[in-house]
Design a binder for this molecule. Structure first.
Ligand SMILES: Nc1nc2c(ncn2[C@@H]2O[C@H](COP(=O)(O)OP(=O)(O)OP(=O)(O)O)[C@@H](O)[C@H]2O)c(=O)[nH]1
Ligand SMILES: [Mg+2]
Length: 263
């Protein structure tokens, strides 16, 4: 009999991939973990982010980078790594955060799948703890707003994010503190029940989490400290108008999510 052994955070993650249990004679196979990164102009961060994931998650690991033909050639840096564990996907004439994550998930092979930003605001060192929680959960969210977490961006960004999350909690329920986190690991079986609706920017995540809760999947949050971006530029807030437009998109997506009863 073969069972999945989800790595514990304190274990030696780079250790053996198979182990024999004398008593039960079961063979534990460490599952492949796939982490998907969506990138647009992340040249300053991408190698650091991938390096952190490879180091902290350990073997077996796969990192899938979906880059939308960045003018700064982020995709080329990833290709030049020449690492079997790292897959570079360059999408030409296609843009979009939700569709990029969706593409990466489709291409990934892991029994555990995660995704996160590539700008070092989300710490790769949290991943082992998140993965360990999959022992008794289906979806584990890296959370800025769960007790013990923090959001260290400019107060305007924090206020806007907290308002969106407060509204989501009110309308959608389930007590999720960080509905638009965008930092998550899930069991692959989750995609048998819930798909990402690949339109728009980060609001797809709210709908994904809500549908997981509504379908009875076990969802939990692991707190962490969200760092502010130090290099490159923000794609969600290049201008105040874009920021307001994105915020309005989140609010309407929350309402549509509540009303949608398609599946
Ligand atoms: N493939 C792809 N990735 C994107 C796109 N827009 C943003 N990203 C990536 O998605 C992640 C989040 O984008 P950010 O620019 O960090 O947006 P943000 O986190 O809202 O804002 P800041 O962290 O303040 O800059 C980063 O890894 C980006 O490179 C896109 O259109 N396509
Ligand atoms: Mg960011």
């Amino acid at each position: 009999m073969t069972t999945l052994a989800i790595p514990r955070p304190d274990s030696d993650l780079a250790g053996q991939t198979t182990r024999a249990h004398d008593a039960s004679r079961q063979t534990e196979v460490r599952p492949l973990v796939s982490i998907v990164l969506a990138t647009f102009c992340e040249r300053e961060h991408i190698l650091h982010t991938i390096g952190g994931i490879l180091e902290h998650v350990g073997e077996p690991i796969e990192v899938v980078v979906v880059d939308d033909d960045s003018p700064d050639r982020t995709w080329e840096l990833v290709e030049q790594m020449n690492d079997d564990r790292v897959v570079a996907i360059r999408r030409v004439r296609t843009r979009g955060l939700a569709s990029a994550f969706n593409r990466g998930i489709i291409e990934s092979r892991g029994q555990i799948v995660g995704w996160m930003d590539a700008d070092m605001c989300m710490p790769p060192e949290l991943l082992p703890r998140m993965i360990a929680r999959l022992n008794d959960h289906d979806v584990v969210i890296g959370s800025r707003y769960a007790e013990g977490g923090s959001d260290n961006r400019h107060w305007v960004r924090v206020t806007a994010s907290r308002l969106v999350n407060g509204f989501a909690r009110l309308v959608l329920g389930y007590g999720i503190r960080d509905y638009d986190s965008g930092f998550v690991v899930v069991r692959r079986s989750v995609f048998d029940k819930v798909s990402i609706i690949p339109t728009g920017y980060g609001a797809y995540f709210i709908e994904f989490v809500y549908t997981c809760c509504r379908k009875g999947l076990r969802v939990c949050e692991v707190p962490y400290a969200f760092r502010d971006r130090t290099e490159g530029y923000s794609k969600s807030m290049p201008t105040i108008w874009r920021f307001l437009w994105t915020g309005a998109g989140y609010v309407t997506r929350i309402i549509r999510t509540r009303l949608r009863r398609a599946d």
